[in-house]
Design a protein around this ligand. Sequence first.
Ligand SMILES: Cc1cc2nc3c(=O)[nH]c(=O)nc-3n(C[C@H](O)[C@H](O)[C@H](O)COP(=O)(O)O)c2cc1C
Length: 271
Amino acid sequence: MNQFQVDEERCIQCGECVAECPAGVINMDDYPVIYKEGCYQCQHCLAVCPTGAVSILGRDPDASILLDGNMPDPAKLEVLIKGRRSVRRYTGKDLSPALIDELLDIANHSPTGVNVQGVLFTVVREGAVLKKILEEVMDKLGKLHDAGELPEGLVAQYIGMAVSAWKNEGQDIICRGAPHLLITSAPKDAPCPAQDSLIALTTFQLMAHAKGVGTFWDGMFMMALSLLPDLVKRLGIPENHLLGYAMGFGEPEVEYHRTVQRGPVKVHFVD
Ligand SMILES: Cc1cc2nc3c(=O)[nH]c(=O)nc-3n(C[C@H](O)[C@H](O)[C@H](O)COP(=O)(O)O)c2cc1C
């Protein structure tokens, strides 16, 4: 079942896989076995085995990264979290496809509700393509703006600003000159599509910054998506998907030298 295999020469019968399984489908006979349906496919059995004896879903435990001594130093992780900035100045050079693939592969390790792993990463991998999309978007937003057809309120205000900056100063405040765009989405009928998509994007962002790639959450592009229903189709995002969010990314032109200093955390302890 689920290609669960135990290497009997490596297995020390410690029972960790049995105790760990969140679905409770592993039993210890002489060696561990999956004895009923209901595996979540989370691979905790493979991850928790101290001797690398467990294989599931056809995965070779020796192909996993060993955790002992390889976890990041918390102080460095703190610097990454506090030192990440919204990057709004880019060199405009495309990142290598290999680097983008690597970041996506890592982001794909984000948790998902009920482990459905249904997040779709829609990526603009070439700056020239994003430029073309942006030109189409600005053209359509400009027409809506000129016809007075933007919805009242903040959206009209921000999109109006973006349209005039584009027309009058040739300035892009929608994608901020980022050559790449990532939009995460997930099937609406997944258990947690909004949360899954946002967690994946957050993970992508932190790893991107760790590798020297700049990113920013692109609310302006989200506004454009909400105003231009054809844009979702143009990007090839399935109709049955809930959009998570958009993120611009690329090689930063700016370099930050210190963290910012935030106010005290708003916290409410419950007695
Ligand atoms: C949901 C969300 C949407 C955002 N949308 C935009 C945006 O459209 N354009 C932009 O330049 N920055 C955008 N930002 C970045 C915020 O303005 C930024 O996080 C904030 O100013 C703090 O700066 P920092 O990220 O460098 O700490 C967005 C951030 C979030 C979380």
